[in-house]
Design a protein around this ligand. Structure first.
Ligand code: ADP
Ligand code: CIR
Length: 347
């Protein structure tokens, strides 16, 4: 679906995105002429959700200013997704001691792997949808330079996507370490411009600590490993974030927390997930979805967002990221996973 960017877009009857639910004709008229200092417009912010009518959300920010200039649209979407109202404020808590998440599956019957990531973007630059090629390349050199100083378990190597061997790239994606190319949601948001230049992946020897550079956010800092040892994965991530923040300053807003290109990632920008085998719940999706909703979980497929589940294996993660702390994000995921495992055992 294409549109002229000037007139109110048409939404299909079947569209359920937060964009189509919150963008009225009147709001479109009110916001359509606004432009941020980086030249980002309403049309660019909503293009992904207009072009991809199966979007769940459908909007992206081009810079920190977008969240203020277009707030009559962003605020209700943020409130809807995170349950975060205009008067709420964000709070960070990285204290591992406050997390209670012993391995929910010590026998390895259900959980295949655990992954926790945060998104980060550099202070003073546009976000990915509005960044220039020169700025993106600058991010890559600054971040890869900073990562080079990491030591011990976090020490690793940066691999640019440009010139990466195709077999190596495909294997990294298949093993769930690297982002895919050509995502149509990101594409319509302007996030795939100049691909693959400026993009890459850093990882340590064991691929338990990884950083994606210039994908949906400028950095995705990731800790992951096989099995269900959530506390070790969280602890490694915290260590990495603290180290990286010593040399790079990240965009942070007192109300919205860490700023990210997609409003679903605001706040902590944290997604804590397990890959988990739940074949019996998979056959009873209404119950599965009910438990997921009551524990604020999101169900994704095995290859990440917008993918399908295979062999009864799902990606289960915290849905809320804003207005709750990092510890709460992981606790949401843990509590929900314990409930899912208990139900799977009953079935
Ligand atoms: P993001 O987590 O950055 O929002 P995706 O949903 O696209 O993005 O997931 C990125 C990759 O991480 C995908 O390959 C996905 O399968 C993988 N992944 C997510 N959670 C886990 C997990 N718990 N174990 C292993 N791989 C995972
Ligand atoms: C969509 O709207 O479906 C995509 N732009 C992705 C939204 C982010 N996903 C999510 O629910 N956390």
């Amino acid at each position: 679906m294409t549109w002229d960017h000037l007139s109110f877009p048409t939404f299909n009857q079947s569209c359920t995105s937060l964009l189509c639910r919150h963008l009225s004709k009147q709001l479109f008229q009110q916001l359509k002429s606004r432009v941020t200092k980086n030249g980002f417009t309403l049309a660019q912010a909503i293009n992904s959700g207009v072009v991809n009518q199966d979007s769940g959300v459908g909007v992206y920010a081009g810079d920190a200013e977008s969240y203020h200039l277009f707030n009559p649209l962003f605020d209700p979407i943020i409130a809807d997704y995170h349950g975060f109202s205009k008067t709420d404020s964000h709070r960070s808590d990285l204290d591992l001691q406050k997390l209670s998440a012993p391995n929910p599956d010590p026998d390895g019957q259900f959980i295949l792997s655990t992954r926790i990531r945060v998104g980060r973007n550099i202070t003073g630059l546009p976000l990915g949808p509005a960044i220039t090629k020169i700025q993106r390349n600058l991010v890559e050199s600054q971040v890869s330079g900073s990562l080079r100083n990491l030591t011990g378990e976090l020490a690793g190597t940066y691999y640019p996507l440009s010139g990466m061997d195709e077999a190596v790239r495909s294997q990294l994606i298949a093993d769930h370490f690297l982002f895919k190319a050509g995502d149509r949601f990101l594409d319509a948001a302007g996030l795939n411009r100049d691909w693959p230049e400026g993009r890459g992946i850093f990882h340590n020897r064991d691929k338990t600590f990884l950083v994606w550079v210039n994908e949906e956010d400028q950095l995705r800092i990731i800790s992951m490993q096989q099995g269900g040892d959530i506390e070790t994965v969280f602890s490694r991530l915290l260590k990495a974030v603290v180290e990286i923040e010593k040399t790079v300053s990240f965009m942070f807003d007192s109300r919205l927390g860490y700023l990210t290109s997609c409003p679903t990632n605001l706040g902590t920008a944290m997604r804590a997930s397990v890959h988990i085998r739940l074949p019996l719940l998979a056959d009873d999706m209404p119950i599965f979805k009910d438990i997921a909703d009551s524990y604020h979980l999101q169900i994704r497929g095995i290859d990440g967002e917008h993918s399908e589940s295979k062999s009864g294996i799902f990606d289960i993660s915290n849905k809320r990221r804003l207005g709750i702390t990092e510890v709460d994000c992981v606790q949401d995921m843990y509590d929900g996973v314990v409930a899912l495992i208990s139900r799977e055992k009953e079935l």
